[in-house]
Design a binder for this molecule. Structure first.
Ligand code: 9D3
Length: 223
């Protein structure tokens, strides 16, 4: 799986790519992660990627030309190009699973007030948002997609972690977790977890997960 993030903030991506599970996935050759600087395809002295909006109004709009040149050079026949934008369909666990089946993703990040509409209309295959809140750019959403997708690639997580993965996508919240000490400032871990009765522990976890879901995310129980 190759993921390229096209952005004016490549260093933000590089720092995320170089830690923890994303780093490990690259070392194991399970993922190739690349941060690509959009300014590479500018021709003027100021490396301009934006301009004032036609029709007037505040803010700046990203120009189509550097994006078109970049995508022409970056894309292969297998590439799927995704624009991160507040107007996109909302990202979810099922979108992550769908995208994890691709081999070549190009994630295009918007900055400023928006992107020339002709980019969405003619140059990309899909348009995705990560939720209804306003961020300053599409770079964090691109990293959110990358993180959610890469952890689904077989072999990226250890066996223990991937079992966890199943229970999370089962549409219910995880059960609470505890570790030593069994009592801290008078706050106790549940006794049942300290005994060795594995059937009782499994029952407690199932009930606790269901209780947490009913209380905090009842929407997950009736879809
Ligand atoms: C005034 C209208 N704004 C749209 C809600 C303009 C605007 C704000 C912020 C345009 C772009 C942005 C930057 N955000 C993204 O590019 C973005 C985003 C987001 O802000 N929230 C959730 N998902 C995403 S994906 C890309």
């Amino acid at each position: 799986m190759k993921i390229q993030i096209l952005t004016i903030f490549p260093d933000v991506c590089k720092s995320v790519f170089s830690e923890s599970i994303l780093m490990r996935a690259q070392e194991k050759n399970l993922a190739s992660l690349e941060a690509v600087d959009l300014r590479k395809w500018t021709k003027d002295r100021h490396r301009t990627v934006d301009d004032a909006p036609y029709g007037g109004g505040p803010g700046m709009v990203m120009k189509i030309e550097p994006i078109d040149l970049a995508l022409s050079e970056m894309r292969s026949p297998a590439s799927k190009v995704i624009l991160l934008s507040p107007q996109g369909r909302q990202f979810s666990d099922s979108t992550a699973r769908e995208l994890a089946r691709e081999t070549d993703l190009i994630l295009l990040c918007g900055h400023y007030e928006g992107i020339d509409q002709r980019v969405a209309d003619h140059l990309v295959d899909d348009e995705i948002s990560i939720g209804d809140y306003v961020l300053t750019s599409g770079v964090l959403p691109a990293l959110v997609l990358t993180d959610a997708i890469v952890r689904l690639i077989p072999g990226v997580l250890g066996d223990e972690e991937s079992a966890q993965q199943d229970s999370f996508s089962a549409g219910i919240l995880d059960h609470p977790h505890y570790t030593r000490p069994s009592e801290y400032k008078g706050w106790k871990a549940p006794d049942v977890l300290l005994g060795g009765n594995h059937a009782a522990i499994a029952n407690w976890r199932r009930e606790a997960a269901l209780d947490a879901t009913k209380k905090r995310r009842p929407d997950l129980l009736r879809p």
